[in-house]
Write a protein that binds this ligand. Structure first.
Ligand code: GTP
Ligand code: MG
Length: 194
């Protein structure tokens, strides 16, 4: 994928504030601090288009970006962080479900998991929603640089088993080493075209 232009479009919570234009769209989801924003920056070769943070739970709105004036990427707020205010936690589910249900131009969701962590209840619930709304799912295991090459297979095996998905459903990725970047783009481009 050649990136000619990238721009922040807007932040939104409710459908009436989502950007219009009907461009095909891919959203990035996962636990708070898993590396969603870092993945988007890596894919776009931009160091800081999307704000990243070592403090989990910073992204609390749907953040829309326009790429090549041809498609949108959406950085979704992460789930599962204990220190987020209760009001924010309560509004997260409806905000996400509404987006998944209503966004007609949504072509796929990149669901991001941490290689060091067995998927939790919230990850599995998110997978259920994607199935419920029949949204093509691109499962990516990130922070691959955090485990040795020899350990990777075992981590992927456990994560796949917990999700009830085959191991080859997952693409390994690292925003630090940039490995897997081309594979993620290939799956994203395929979803955008479908
Ligand atoms: P929220 O917006 O809070 O939900 O977090 P996020 O999922 O957007 O995570 P973010 O991209 O902000 O990254 C969280 C932390 O993980 C940052 O300190 C990143 O530098 C780090 N990080 C992200 N991706 C990787 C990776 O592939 N490898 C390593 N080693 N660190 C990473
Ligand atoms: Mg983020």
């Amino acid at each position: 994928m050649q990136i000619k232009s990238t721009a922040f479009l807007k932040s939104a919570v409710h459908p009436e504030h989502y950007p219009e234009g009907g461009m095909p769209e891919i959203a990035f989801a996962g636990r708070s601090n898993v590396g969603k924003s870092s993945m988007i920056n890596c894919l776009l070769n931009r160091r800081a288009l999307v704000r990243t943070s070592s403090t989990p739970g910073r992204t609390q709105l749907l953040n829309f970006f326009t790429i090549n004036d041809a498609f949108n990427l959406v950085d979704l707020p992460g789930y599962g962080f204990a220190k987020v205010p209760l009001a924010v936690k309560r509004s997260w589910g409806p905000m996400i479900r509404t987006y998944l249900e209503k966004r007609r131009n949504l072509r796929g969701v990149v669901l991001i998991l941490d290689i060091r962590r067995i998927p939790g209840e919230e990850d599995l619930q998110f997978l259920d929603w994607l199935e419920e709304y029949q949204i093509p799912t691109i499962a990516v295991i990130t922070k691959a640089d955090k485990v040795t090459r020899g350990q990777r297979r075992e981590h992927v095996r456990k994560i796949a088993a917990a999700c009830g998905l085959p191991e080859d459903a997952f693409t390994l990725f690292s925003a630090t080493s940039r490995e897997g970047r081309a594979d993620v783009w290939e799956r994203v481009a395929q979803a955008l075209d479908s």
